[in-house]
Design a binder for this molecule. Sequence first.
Ligand SMILES: Cc1cc2nc3c(=O)[nH]c(=O)nc-3n(C[C@H](O)[C@H](O)[C@H](O)COP(=O)(O)OP(=O)(O)OC[C@H]3O[C@@H](n4cnc5c(N)ncnc54)[C@H](O)[C@@H]3O)c2cc1C
Length: 121
Amino acid sequence: MDSIPKLTFPGGLLMGCSPGFMNVPKIKGTHTAMKSGMLAAEAIFPKITAENPESETLGLHVPEYAENLKNSWVWKELYAVRNIRPSFHNYFGLYGGMVYTGIFYWICRGKEPWTLKHAGE
Ligand SMILES: Cc1cc2nc3c(=O)[nH]c(=O)nc-3n(C[C@H](O)[C@H](O)[C@H](O)COP(=O)(O)OP(=O)(O)OC[C@H]3O[C@@H](n4cnc5c(N)ncnc54)[C@H](O)[C@@H]3O)c2cc1C
């Protein structure tokens, strides 16, 4: 989650796997890709209809998409798994990451109040 970049810019936005919406422990990302695409469409549509009768899309900036995404289940789901990948950067390596994942993801469901940093990345 720490790696997710700014999602919108004039003329474009990032969704699906390009900004990193794959759920790491599940190794699944088609659901978040589809949902982020739906949220993008919902944010873009009013901009190119009501607000913009010419339907001009060149350089269109839609920051509402990032806001919608942060209020969606996609963000909640990715927040819950934010520590999984960085937890593998530890003194015990693979085994330390597996223990961390077992305790804080499978039991606590990612509710720990801290966010680990990616080491050296
Ligand atoms: C081995 C593997 C197994 C997986 N298993 C699952 C699973 O079981 N369930 C699940 O939910 N997820 C799974 N995933 C993750 C899932 O595939 C991705 O999260 C999902 O496909 C992301 O969708 P996307 O549309 O963002 O990107 P993609 O599906 O990668 O689509 C991007 C498309 O853009 C095209 N493209 C790239 N550059 C350009 C360009 N310059 N011009 C034009 N086109 C371009 C690519 O060719 C590609 O077709 C798996 C991933 C891998 C690698």
